[in-house]
Design a protein around this ligand. Structure first.
Ligand code: TRP
Ligand code: ZN
Length: 850
C-alpha cells in the first residue's frame, strides 16, 4: 500500500538500537503458500543506549503467536512492525509468523524462483521474513533449521545437523539481518575445494538446477582465483568450512554476498562457450570476485546504517576492479571502467537523480544502489590510494580490518584510519563523499623562459539540494611530452586544493604538450581548448595508455558532434588516425577496439548538451551511421586482411588476449558488413562455434537489416535456453530502426517466452528500448509512452526493478520542448497510477523535480 507521502529518513537522525542480540534461532517450515517462520531471539538492553523503545520491523507477515520469556503476548502491530513492553533485563522474544513465498513477485524476502525457495534480504527484506530489528548495526549469531521435502536446504555458515527432512546451519560470525540467506530446492552442485593460506580446507559449491551443471566450471575457477588473490594482495582469508553459491533465474540485481551463501542471478554465474559471450565471461569473473570480496569488506566489517552503503560497495567495486586488472589488462580495464562511469555515473550526477556518494536522506534505500554509490564510490577509494600512496594504502587497509573487524561502521571511521596511519588531514577529501556533482576542471597554459605553467580552475555545478560547493582536493596526474613526441616530464601527481591554482614545470627546452588526468586520476570533467592536431599527436605519442585512448575518444566525440550539428562529412584527419591505430601491431587488439569504436549516441547527446546545444537524437543516430559508412569506405583496403588476422585459432577460450582479438574482429566485421552485403558476417554466423562470434555476426547483420534468416535460426536454436533468449529479446529491439523500436518491444511481449515476472526478460526487452537512444527519444514520444505503459504494469509486481528502470528518463531535460512534453506526460502518467509503490513514486518525483 502506498503511503500518502512517503517519509524520508535522515542520516542525522541516527541513534543506536536499545537492545543487543546474543543469539537468533530460526525454524522454517517451508510451504509455497504458508511457510511458517518460528523465531527465538535472545535480547538484552544495550548498555550504550538509553532508548528503551522496543520496535521490531515486520511487513506483510501474518502473526500467529508471540511471547516474551515464554509468556504469550499480544503486541501492537502496524504495517511496519511490532511493539510491546519488555523487561529491563535480558529476555527471550519468540514469534511464529506465516508468509507466502509463491505469491512474492517483488523478489524481496523469501520467494520462489523456478520452484526453488530463495531469499533476498538486502537492504530491508528480512522484515518480510519475520519480526526483527532489520538494521545493519544489529548483529547476531544465527542458527537456522529448515524443514521441507526439498533435497537441498542451505543457509549461512556451516552445516551442523541433519535429519530425514530437515537441515540445521550455524553461522558463528555475528551478522546483520541483511546478510541472512536461505535456499531450498532440488539442486545439483558443481563442487570443488580450496585450502586457505593458513591451512583451512574449504568446500566450494555452485548449486544449480539440473541441466545447468555444465555451466559452472568457469565460475568455480574464478572463485578460486578470487580467494587466492585476496590472500595474496590484501592478506584476507576465508573464514568458514564451506562457501556456497546458488544460481537463481528470478533476481532483481546481479548477485548478493550473504555470509557463506552467495546468491546469484543465473546470468552472472552460468557460463559456457556455446551460450556466453566474452563480455559475459568477464562480467561473471568480476561479480563472483565482488561478492566473495564482500566477505571482508561488507560482512566482517559492515555498515552502521544504509547511508554508509558506499563503505562496502565503493571499496568492494574498487577491489574487484583491481582483481580484473590483475587477471586481464589493467589499461583496458581502466578504459572500460571510465566509459561505464561516464555513461552511467556522470549522467546521473548531471541530472535530477544526482546525490552524494554518501547521501544524507532517502525515502527508499533500494533506489540508492546507484552508479554514484558503487562506481564513484570506487573512484574515491582509488583517489585516496593515489593521494596517500600504495604503501600507506596497504597499511591503512590492514589497520581498518584490525580496528573494525566485527563492527558496523561509518565513512568517518574509514577516513579516520587513513588519517591515523598517514597523519594526513582528510577533512577536505571528505567532501567527495558528502557533495554531489561532477567537478569541472578548466585548464589553460602558458609558456615563458623555459617554464611551462598549467592554470587550473575547479567548479562543481549545483545539484538538487546543494547549490554551492567548496573546492575539493583533486589528484591530477600529469605528464609532459615535447613536440617530437618524447616524454620530458613523467607522470606527476598535482594535488589541487584551491578553486584556482597554477602548477609550474621549469627548465624545459621547448613548449611541451600536456597529457592531463592520466589514468583518469579523478572523476572530473576536463575542459581545455584543444584541437584535432593535438589530439592526434597524443593519440600517437602519449605513453599513458588511458590518455592515449582518451585523445582518440575526444577526436571521435568532436567529429560526431560536428557531423551532427552541421551534417558535415568526416574529418579525414580522424580517419587517418584510426587507420594508424588499427595498423599498429604493437597495440593490444582490445585497446585498438576501444580506441577505434566511436562514443555512444548518449555520450554525444550529453556532450552537445554540455556545449550548449539541444541534442537531436535522430540527427545523432544518422551522424553515427554516416561515420560508420565513412570508416568502412576509408578503411576498406585494410578490413579483410585485419579481420582475418584477428581470427583466434583452436577451441574457444575466454582469456583476455583471445577476447580482445574477437572484440576488434567484431568492430571490423561491423564495418565490413557495410561493404560486402553481409557475406562475411553470414559465413561467420554459419561457422561460429561460440556465442561471442555467433552473436557478433547476428548483430552485424541485424544492424544492416540483413539478418532475418539468422534471427529466426538463432531463435529456433536457443529457444530452450533462458539466458541466450534474453540476448535474442534484447537484440530484436536494439537493432530496430528508431521509429520501430517501441512497437518491436511491445510485439515481443506477445512472444510465448516473454514473462513480466522475470526481471532478466523484462530488462532484455525494455532495457533495450531504453538503451536505443534514437528509438527511446523518438520525436513522436512513443518510446516514452511505451516504457511508461510497461513500468506501470510492472510496478505492482516488482517495485524494485520498476524504480531502477525509471532512470531511463533521467536525461529528459536535455531535449527539446516537444520531447520534454512527451516525457513529462509519460512520467506524470506513471505517478498517477493507482497504488504506485514507494520506490517508483520516489524515483519519478525526483526525475520530474517539481
Ligand atoms: N549487495 C549486492 C552487491 O553487491 C547488491 C544488492 C543490493 C542486491 N540489493 C540487492 C542484489 C537486491 C540483489 C537484490 O553486489
Ligand atoms: Zn556489492
Amino acid at each position: 500500500m502506498k503511503d500518502a507521502s512517503p517519509q524520508p529518513v535522515y542520516l542525522s537522525d541516527y541513534t543506536p538500537f536499545g537492545y543487543l542480540i546474543d543469539a537468533v534461532h530460526l525454524t522454517f517450515r517451508l510451504d509455497p503458500h504458508k511457510t511458517r517462520v518460528i523465531s527465538h531471539i535472545r535480547f538484552r538492553p544495550n548498555p550504550d543506549s538509553t532508548d528503551r523503545r522496543f520496535f521490531l520491523h515486520g511487513e506483510q507477515l501474518t502473526l500467529i503467536t508471540a511471547s516474551i520469556d515464554g509468556q504469550a503476548i499480544t503486541p501492537e502491530v502496524t504495517p511496519q512492525g511490532l511493539t510491546c513492553p519488555v523487561p529491563d533485563a535480558p529476555f527471550i522474544f519468540e514469534a511464529e509468523v506465516e508468509i507466502a513465498p509463491a505469491a512474492n513477485t517483488a523478489l524481496e524476502g523469501l520467494y520462489q524462483s523456478g520452484g526453488m525457495y530463495c531469499t533476498q534480504c538486502e537492504a530491508e527484506g528480512f522484515r518480510k521474513i519475520t519480526y526483527y530489528p532489520d538494521r545493519p548495526d544489529v548483529m547476531a549469531v544465527f542458527t537456522v533449521r529448515i524443514e521441507g521435502a526439498e533435497t537441498v536446504k542451505l543457509s549461512n555458515g556451516n552445516p551442523t545437523a541433519q535429519g530425514e527432512d530437515w537441515d540445521e546451519w550455524h553461522d558463528p560470525w555475528p551478522k546483520p539481518a541483511y546478510l541472512f540467506a536461505l535456499v531450498a530446492g532440488d539442486l545439483v552442485a558443481h563442487a570443488d575445494q580450496f585450502t586457505t593460506a593458513s591451512g583451512r580446507d574449504v568446500t566450494l559449491n555452485i548449486w544449480v538446477r539440473p541441466g545447468d551443471e555444465g555451466k559452472c566450471a568457469f565460475g568455480m575457477d574464478a572463485l578460486k582465483r578470487a580467494m587466492l588473490w585476496d590472500e595474496q594482495v590484501y592478506g584476507l582469508e576465508y573464514d568458514l568450512d564451506i562457501f556456497n553459491i546458488v544460481a537463481v533465474d528470478d533476481f532483481n540485481m546481479g548477485a548478493m554476498e550473504n555470509k557463506g551463501l552467495n546468491i546469484f542471478n543465473s546470468s552472472c554465474v552460468l557460463a559456457s562457450p556455446d551460450t556466453s559471450t566474452d563480455a559475459n565471461y568477464e562480467r561473471i569473473e568480476a561479480i563472483i570476485a565482488h561478492e566473495y570480496f564482500h566477505n571482508w569488506t561488507g560482512n566482517r566489517v559492515t555498515c552502521r546504517d544504509w547511508f554508509q552503503l558506499c563503505l562496502k560497495e565503493g571499496l568492494t567495486v574498487y577491489r574487484d576492479s583491481q582483481f580484473t586488472s590483475d587477471m586481464r589488462s589493467a589499461p583496458v580495464k581502466r578504459i572500460a571502467d571510465v566509459i561505464a562511469l561516464r555513461a552511467r555515473q556522470f549522467r546521473e550526477d548531471n541530472g535530477p537523480l544526482a546525490h552524494p556518494v554518501r547521501p544524507s536522506s532517502f525515502v527508499e534505500i533500494n533506489n540508492f544502489y546507484t552508479a554514484t554509490v558503487y562506481e564513484k564510490g570506487a573512484e574515491l577509494v582509488g583517489m585516496l590510494k593515489t593521494l596517500v600512496g600504495d604503501a600507506a594504502y596497504a597499511d591503512a587497509l590492514k589497520a581498518y580490518f584490525a580496528r573494525h573487524d566485527g563492527q558496523a561502521v561509518t565513512i568517518e571511521d574509514w577516513l579516520k584510519v587513513f588519517e591515523d596511519v598517514t597523519g594526513r588531514d582528510l577533512t577536505q577529501f571528505k567532501r567527495w563523499y558528502t557533495d554531489a556533482g561532477t567537478p569541472r576542471l578548466t585548464v589553460t597554459d602558458s609558456w615563458q623562459d623555459g617554464t611551462y605553467t598549467l592554470h587550473i580552475q575547479q567548479h562543481t555545478p549545483a545539484t538538487p539540494g546543494q547549490p554551492d560547493k567548496d573546492a575539493r582536493v583533486i589528484p591530477i596526474a600529469v605528464g609532459l611530452l615535447n613536440p617530437n613526441g618524447n616524454e620530458v616530464v613523467p607522470t606527476t601527481i598535482l594535488e589541487m586544493t584551491e578553486v584556482s591554482q597554477n602548477f609550474r614545470f621549469k627548465n624545459l627546452s621547448a613548449k611541451p604538450v600536456p597529457s592531463i588526468l592520466r589514468g583518469f586520476s579523478a572523476p572530473v570533467i576536463l575542459e581545455r581548448a584543444s584541437d584535432n592536431a593535438e589530439r592526434a599527436f597524443l593519440l600517437a605519442h602519449d605513453t599513458d595508455p588511458f590518455n592515449k585512448w582518451e585523445s582518440g575518444r575526444a577526436l571521435g566525440r568532436e567529429t560526431l558532434m560536428q557531423m551532427t550539428l552541421s551534417g558535415s562529412a568526416v574529418d579525414p584527419a580522424y580517419l587517418d588516425a584510426l587507420r594508424a591505430v588499427l595498423r599498429d601491431d604493437s597495440l593490444d587488439p582490445a585497446f585498438r577496439a576501444l580506441a577505434v569504436r566511436p562514443p555512444s549516441q548518449d555520450d554525444i547527446a550529453q556532450s552537445l548538451h554540455d556545449a550548449g546545444h539541444t541534442p537531436d537524437p535522430q540527427a545523432i543516430y544518422m551522424a553515427t551511421d554516416r561515420l560508420g559508412q565513412a570508416m568502412a569506405q576509408h578503411l576498406a583496403d585494410l578490413l579483410p586482411e585485419l579481420y582475418a588476422a584477428m581470427t583466434v585459432p583452436g577451441p574457444y577460450s575466454p582469456d583476455a588476449a583471445a577476447a580482445g582479438k574477437r572484440d576488434l574482429q567484431a568492430l571490423l566485421l561491423s564495418l565490413l558488413t557495410r561493404l560486402d552485403g553481409g557475406s562475411t558476417a553470414r559465413a561467420q554466423y554459419a561457422a561460429a562455434d561460440n556465442m561471442s562470434q555467433q552473436l557478433t555476426a547476428l548483430s552485424c547483420l541485424m544492424a544492416r537489416q540483413l539478418g532475418e534468416a539468422e534471427h529466426q535460426a538463432f531463435h529456433d536454436q536457443w529457444r530452450r535456453d533462458r539466458l541466450v533468449m534474453d540476448k535474442w529479446f534484447a537484440l530484436s529491439v536494439s537493432h530496430a530502426r528508431p521509429e520501430d523500436a517501441a512497437s518491436r518491444a511491445v510485439a515481443l511481449t506477445a512472444h510465448p517466452d516473454f514473462n513480466i515476472r522475470n526481471p532478466n526478460r523484462f530488462r532484455a526487452t525494455f532495457g533495450a528500448l531504453a538503451g536505443h537512444a534514437a528509438g527511446f527519444h523518438h520525436a513522436t514520444g512513443k518510446g516514452y509512452a511505451t516504457l511508461a505503459d510497461w513500468l506501470i504494469r510492472l510496478d505492482p509486481l516488482n517495485p524494485q526493478t520498476t524504480a531502477r528502470m525509471c532512470a531511463a528518463f533521467e536525461t529528459w531535460k536535455r531535449y527539446d520542448s516537444a520531447r520534454q512534453r512527451h516525457a513529462r506526460a509519460a512520467l506524470e502518467r506513471i505517478l498517477a497510477a493507482p497504488h504506485l509503490s514507494r520506490d517508483t513514486t520516489e524515483m519519478v518525483s525526483l526525475i520530474l523535480g517539481d
